[in-house]
Design a protein around this ligand. Structure first.
Ligand SMILES: [Cu+2]
Length: 159
């Protein structure tokens, strides 16, 4: 009983092989017909020059990830001056320059938590701090004395 079954299986395999061979022949015939079209596609390789555009579109995205923005902030007594309070999310180097006559710093606060801050700097000095700003609301404030209460705080919206 075992041998006949094996024979049957072999027969089926042969049959499958023949079908596969037939399929290969059909495929070969089909590829011959496509040969002409393939040649046409090759000659029209000009449109494939669109690949550089794909590279170009990919470059800005990769660059944006690596870019560290510079945000120049000036502290005066008792306020901050900065180019904009609406920032795009990303990594920033905040450069604080003290144009006031008192010592100041700049602390980056989010949801009541300090996430970064510069050193305390005297008049004419500057200090930088790098921070990653995610979409949300931040407050830049001065942690010296009661400067924050005197108005040295600014809300920054990151989108
Ligand atoms: Cu201050």
């Amino acid at each position: 009983m075992t041998r006949p079954t094996g024979t049957t299986r072999r027969a089926r395999r042969v049959g499958a092989g023949l079908l596969a061979a037939a399929a290969l022949v059909l495929t070969a015939c089909g590829s011959d017909d496509d040969g002409g079209n393939a040649a046409a596609d090759t000659s029209s390789s000009a449109p494939s020059s669109s690949s550089p555009s794909e590279t170009a579109s990919g470059a800005p995205g990769a660059g944006a990830t690596d870019t560290v923005h510079t945000l120049e902030v000036t502290s005066v007594d008792f306020d901050y001056e900065l180019p904009s309070t609406d920032l795009a999310a990303g990594e920033y180097t905040i450069e604080l320059t003290n144009d006031g006559s008192a010592t100041h710093d700049l602390v980056v606060e989010r949801d009541g938590e300090d996430v970064a801050g510069t050193e305390d700097i005297g008049p004419g000095q500057s200090s930088a701090v790098t921070v990653t700003l995610e979409p949300g609301e931040y407050v830049f404030y001065c942690s010296i004395g009661n400067h924050r209460g005197m108005g040295m705080e600014v809300t920054v919206t990151v989108t």
